[in-house]
Each structure stands twice: as C-alpha cells, then as structure tokens.
Write a protein that binds this ligand. Sequence first.
Ligand code: FES
Length: 168
Amino acid sequence: MIVSTSTLTAKASEDRVVDDVVASLRDEPGALLPVLHAVYEQLGTISNNAIDRIARGLNLSRAEVYGVVTFYHDFSTAPRTRHLLKLCRAEACQAMGSQALEDHLLHRHGLKIGEHTNDRRLAVKDVYCLGLCACGPAAMLDGEAHARVDVAGLDRLIASTQEGEQVP
Ligand code: FES
C-alpha cells in the first residue's frame, strides 16, 4: 500500500488536534461531550482515528465514544459539508406538508434526508422541532430558521448554497 506524504501529514495534524483537545479537557466532569464538540469544531469531522484516540485519551471504550458520536445529530464521522439544511419532521410540520418537501428534495434534487451532494456542498438532515410549529413546515439552513417553506422556497434555499448564486 502506498501512503502519500500529504496523507501522513494530515493524520499527524489530526492526531495533534485530538491529543491537545483531550489533554485540555480530560479532567472536566463528563469530558467526552466537550471533547467531541471541540474536535468537531476544529476538524469538521470525527474520524475513526479520532474516535480511537479520544477513547484512549479518556480511558473509555471505543464503543462508548462511537455510541455518543452516532447518537448526536450534530456530530458526523464524514467530513463536514459547506452547508447544512435541516428539515423539520416533527408532528406540526408534518401536518403542514413537510413530507412534500422531502419528496421534492428527492425528486427534484436527488437528495434524501441524511445524504449530501457529491461535491460536499450541501447535507440534509432531519430535525424534530425548530420552535416554529405554528408556521410550518420549517427548515434551517446554516443555522438560520425559515418558516412556511414550500417547494419553491426549498428550491431557493438550495440554490443559495451554490457559489455565486443569490437568493432572490
Ligand atoms: S414541529 Fe416543526 S418547528 Fe415545531
């Protein structure tokens, strides 16, 4: 197997970030979540290698760390995308037509919830209530909430994630 120098450098850099974060937070009560947040913030992903190092550094099993990473929607073991769209699937938004948005997402944009575009421009996740229940369906793009989203609005949100394209 050939491993490029840049791959080795990236791994060494990741190792250093993870080890520094673990060293600075390991004595905090319940250190795992703060460590995961800090690592994710700095690296944009929590790789299998990072999971191993965090487990070793906090004296936890790999399964414990992996379980927390996969339980929380805010973490991902895949590299982060440039944009994140969250669609609300909770009851009030479902009653207001959120399923139509999901269907449109698949048929018009070829994306399912939980997937991302091949160019890692946009990922779509589900969320269960954004606090906009009275004016659903609700969505959130890069932390900004949007109410009464219809298919045209969804198209505009997605178009806004394309470089150089403005939301009309
Ligand atoms: S149910 Fe969708 S915002 Fe509350």
